[in-house]
Design a protein around this ligand. Structure first.
Ligand code: 16G
Ligand code: ZN
Length: 536
């Protein structure tokens, strides 16, 4: 490490006074103009991580579903997974270092404690469509170079594409954007080959984000086997009244989409295309949401159908589904009782679900918000390869491995997975939705005591001085502090038929979130409001 070069580079990216960024659930996010020093320091971090692991790492400049004025970073391990949790503390320490001296001290401490070898680490960089991207990517690159590393700018990509590229690069596989499309397209075409059902028209809300271009390219590669029409491809504001987060939380049709006629098949991506939800219009103009829970169930059905066709003398792989406390209780019941599969609940955030899914031969993980994927253990993939070309089922499972991003949740993979699963069953969204009926639920992030309008939850605010006073356990289903909070929640829940509720501090916003579920919508709304009042 050249100290003089490091000091000089650090002094060009000073941290705004009083700005205290924190790594949060999935990286840093803030108003873009505040982030130059943070992103520069993430460049330093990932160059060091590349040296420590002896492999390329990655960094994506994106703020996912946040408004266009925000930006952020997501950090990628050599495996393509998210930054190892043991290094989040270094990310935080670097990000909050007040000045160049303090920053150089943290770097020194990092090198000593982690025993970082000298050399040049490679960091692959990508960015989404935000106008602040160019400057921030430059800052990230300068951070990498300040530690003598090599930044490789891979360009405008979805977050999952960069995760996929880093993983493929470190596995010595072809890792161009074009290979990504080829592998996904070929996996999909194998799975739908011979299907009697015709491709169904799908309209996709691309959140005016980076997913629009990527999905266009992918669907062109696939050709007639996939029939998609793209909306919100950049003509409107990024994530503005559109995208997966909006549709899932607001239960509203996205801007520019009037596909309200009963049954029209629609889907939404989020701003960096790592989340996906499906929906369709119901009579009376209502929207029915098919969320991450339902994608997990559909994936499980497809996998079960395929595994049943494998030769019976093979040991059957373990299959499990990982959810969070936000998963609708009806989905968990369906998975356990109808699919007879194991379910595991973890705290919110892909890093937790991903780790739990790795315990299964086939681990399906999805958050209700549409973030998730299906992981296949390398040993299983090896066994499937050994079965060779003579088993259709093995070929189909290997096609799934090609088509499903093995690094991280990917909305493009998700679309192919859903479309292949529906087509193989000859189903529409109605049959998929009819598998089970969601329990009515309500999410609140805000509530003011004096709002008075019990059901207008968008206007409500939970005012907590410090969200960290709420500490949870048991995968966020139990509040450990403040004292007495959980017993008040228990009292409220026990009075409500099929009631369930929990509170947790958000990892991405300065709020406490409340979730409640009950036999009727009114009961779920009332329970959420009551639990929210306990949080004061
Ligand atoms: C981040 C997470 C997402 C999680 C959300 C929760 C990743 C890549 N993203 O967007 O999985 O659902 O945070 O947000 O892990 P919250 O903590 O504000 O509720
Ligand atoms: Zn996202």
């Amino acid at each position: 490490m050249d100290l003089a070069q490091l000091r000089e580079a650090c002094s060009k990216y000073t941290k705004p006074a009083g700005f205290k960024p924190s790594y949060g659930t999935a990286g840093f996010r803030a108003e873009a103009s505040l982030l130059h020093s943070t992103v520069f320091r993430c460049g330093l971090l990932m160059a060091a991580r590349a040296l420590k692991t002896g492999a390329a790492t990655g960094l994506v400049v994106t703020a996912s579903h946040n408004p266009v004025a925000d930006n952020g970073v997501k950090l990628v391990e050599p495996t393509g997974y998210m930054l190892d949790q043991s290094w989040e503390v270094w990310a935080d320490k670097l990000a909050v270092a007040e000045d160049t001296d303090a920053l150089c001290n943290v770097i020194r401490e990092l090198y000593q404690q982690e025993d970082i070898p000298y050399g040049s680490g490679t960091v692959m960089l990508a960015y989404d469509t935000r106008p602040s991207a160019e400057e921030l990517v430059k800052a990230a690159g300068s951070g990498v170079q300040a530690l003598g590393g090599l930044p490789i700018v891979c360009g405008l990509l979805t977050t999952p594409q960069l995760h996929w590229m880093v993983r493929h690069c470190n596995n010595s596989l072809k890792h161009t954007e074009s290979t990504y499309y080829e592998e996904f397209a070929s996996g999909f075409c194998t799975l739908v080959k011979g299907c009697k059902a015709e491709p169904q028209a799908l309209t996709v809300d691309c959140a005016n984000g980076v997913g629009a271009e990527a999905l266009k390219t992918l669907s062109e590669r696939i050709g007639a086997q996939l029939s998609v029409t793209l909306r919100n491809t950049g003509e409107g504001g990024l994530n503005e009244a559109c995208g997966a987060d909006y549709v899932q939380k607001e239960r509203q049709f996205p801007a520019g989409m009037d596909d309200r006629q009963h049954g029209a098949r629609c889907a939404s991506l989020d701003g960096d295309a790592d989340r996906l939800v499906y929906f369709h219009g119901m009579p009376a103009g209502n929207l029915q949401l098919l969320d991450g829970d339902r994608i997990a169930v559909l994936a499980a059905l497809l996998i079960r159908d395929t595994l049943q066709k494998l030769p019976s003398d093979l040991p059957s792989p373990s299959v499990g589904i990982v959810q969070t406390a936000y998963a609708n209780g009806a989905s968990t019941q369906y998975i356990r009782e109808q699919l007879r599969l194991e379910t595991v609940v973890t705290p919110t955030g892909v890093k937790h679900l991903h780790a739990a899914a790795e315990h299964f031969d086939i681990g399906i993980y999805f958050e209700a918000n549409g973030h998730g994927t299906v992981l296949f253990k390398p040993e299983l993939i090896q066994r499937l390869h050994e079965l060779g070309d003579c088993h259709e089922a093995a070929k189909d499972l290997l096609a799934l491995v090609d088509m499903i991003n093995q690094a991280v949740g990917d909305a493009l993979s998700g679309i192919l997975l859903v479309e292949a699963a529906l087509r193989r069953r000859g189903w529409g969204l109605t049959e998929w939705a009819d598998l089970y009926t969601d329990l009515p639920s309500r999410q609140l992030k805000t509530l003011t005591r004096d709002s008075g309008r019990k059901t207008d939850f968008t206007a409500l605010q939970i005012k907590v001085k410090d969200r960290s006073v709420v500490v949870t356990a048991d995968a966020e289903t139990r509040a450990v502090t403040p004292e007495g909070l959980q017993s008040r929640i228990n009292d409220s829940v026990s009075a409500v038929p099929s009631g369930r509720a929990f509170v947790r501090p958000s990892g991405t916003e300065d709020v406490v979130r409340v979730y409640a579920e009950a036999a009727t919508q009114q009961a779920a709304d009332d329970l959420a409001a009551e639990v929210a009042r306990h949080v004061y």
